[in-house]
Design a protein around this ligand. Structure first.
Ligand code: MN
Length: 397
């Protein structure tokens, strides 16, 4: 009998997708955790080490690593510190699959280190592909690393594409829940609060991506991600608002056949698919009953109310460092919004201003240029945010 046993390393194990990936490992005895990494959540990391007994653990923050080392000194887990420690752990832990669920642009570092091993990368960190997709995919091709998307839409498309050849693809149909503000007018969007923005109707996710789902920036990033991963130009990627979050995306083939992947919205499904591919392990999450769902609906997104979606298509067409600029400006703007420094419509305003002021760079790119563009865009974004804050104070006086 063929064995499906796999040793898994989870990078970013204390975040939303990370803990759900551990849930998948917990539910299947064929899977074991051999390594984990986190930024600085020592308590959660200790709990995970005590439950899963991985051989290795790493903390990006060296102080947190020192504390974790003391706390788990009685276990057999070896603790690494800082970026070099994470790199060393990735190189030496011997995982069959690395799941990268590190938050934000920082995740590009782990992606690059994982690809060097030539092993499978289950990728939940979409920023790696959005900001440096061409470079990452080229490096993966060279080392033999397979990249399996954990993002639900791309996980769905990956499954649908098993039904046909690349040359037979007509369109990718990327579904979007539409977020909490579907159907809102730009006027109504002027007044939405932080709390309303964080109330996502269907998915359970971290705060940053929940805001990105409300602005449709997340869907824009996913258009770029899909274009890079599946080598399909933006003109042939269509976003469809699908409120029920049951159809996770679809592919239209040249004969007009549309194949879609359906399941309940649960990231554990995607993590399991990416970890166990090309096999499927029995599902341990809830089963979808189509009869209970009854009806599924589809609509076009409103480009006026959600300008960041159109800006993402533009960044994809502009290429070069533009997707990295878009990502960096948005990360800064969303954090400022979550900190109460700017209002909801000012997220898109900040991102647009930074985008327009960015200097174009000719391809081919290097990782160094991507990091430089990221740093410049963050500085520019914080200048815009400061200006908006001063304006706000004057107005409220
Ligand atoms: Mn997604």
């Amino acid at each position: 009998m063929k064995t499906l046993e796999k040793k898994v390393a989870v990078l970013g194990s204390t975040g939303s997708v990370g803990t759900q990936a551990l849930d998948v490992i917990r539910m299947h005895e064929e899977l074991s955790l051999c390594a984990l990494s986190a930024k600085n959540n020592v308590e959660a990391a200790e709990r995970q080490i005590r439950e899963f007994s991985p051989a290795f653990a790493a903390m990006a923050d060296p102080r947190a690593a020192a504390e974790l080392m003391l706390r788990v000194a009685d276990t057999g887990t070896r603790v690494f510190a800082g970026r070099e420690g994470i790199a060393e752990m990735i190189a030496s832990c011997g995982a069959d699959v690395y799941l990268n669920s590190v938050l934000g642009f920082e995740g590009l570092f782990s992606t690059r280190e994982i690809i060097k091993t030539g092993k499978t990368l289950a990728l939940a960190n979409k920023e790696s592909i959005v900001t440096a997709g061409e470079l990452v995919l080229r490096a993966a091709k060279r080392s033999g690393s397979a990249i399996l998307p954990v993002d639900s839409e791309h996980c769905a498309i990956h499954q649908c594409l098993r039904a046909g050849e690349h040359r037979e693809i007509k369109k990718l149909l990327l579904t979007a829940s539409g977020g909490p503000f579907y159907g809102y007018s730009p006027q109504k969007l002027e007044k939405v609060t932080r709390e309303e923005t964080l109330a996502h109707p269907t998915w359970k996710m971290g705060q940053k991506i929940t805001v990105d789902s409300a602005t449709l920036m997340n869907k824009g990033f996913e258009v770029i991600e899909a274009s890079r991963l599946f080598d399909v130009p933006g003109e042939r990627i269509e976003v469809l608002v699908h409120r029920e979050s049951i159809v996770h995306s679809a592919v239209e083939f040249s004969d007009h056949a549309i194949l879609a992947q359906l399941s309940l919205p649960d990231m554990r499904f995607c993590a399991q698919y990416a970890i166990t591919y090309p096999d499927r392990l029995p599902g341990r999450t809830e089963e979808l009953s189509l009869a209970e769902i009854g009806a599924l609906s589809f609509a076009r997104p409103d480009p006026v109310a959600f300008p960041l979606l159109a800006l993402a298509y533009r960044a994809l067409a502009d290429g070069g460092v533009y997707p990295a600029v878009l990502n960096a400006a948005n990360e800064e703007a969303v954090h400022a919004f979550l900190d109460g420094k700017i209002r909801y419509p000012e997220i898109a305003e900040t991102v647009a201003q930074v985008y327009e002021s960015a200097k174009p760079l000719s391809v081919p790119l290097t990782f160094k240029q991507i990091y430089a563009a990221d740093a410049d865009a963050r500085l520019a974004a914080n200048e815009v945010i400061r200006r908006l804050e001063i304006q706000e104070r004057k107005l409220s006086r």
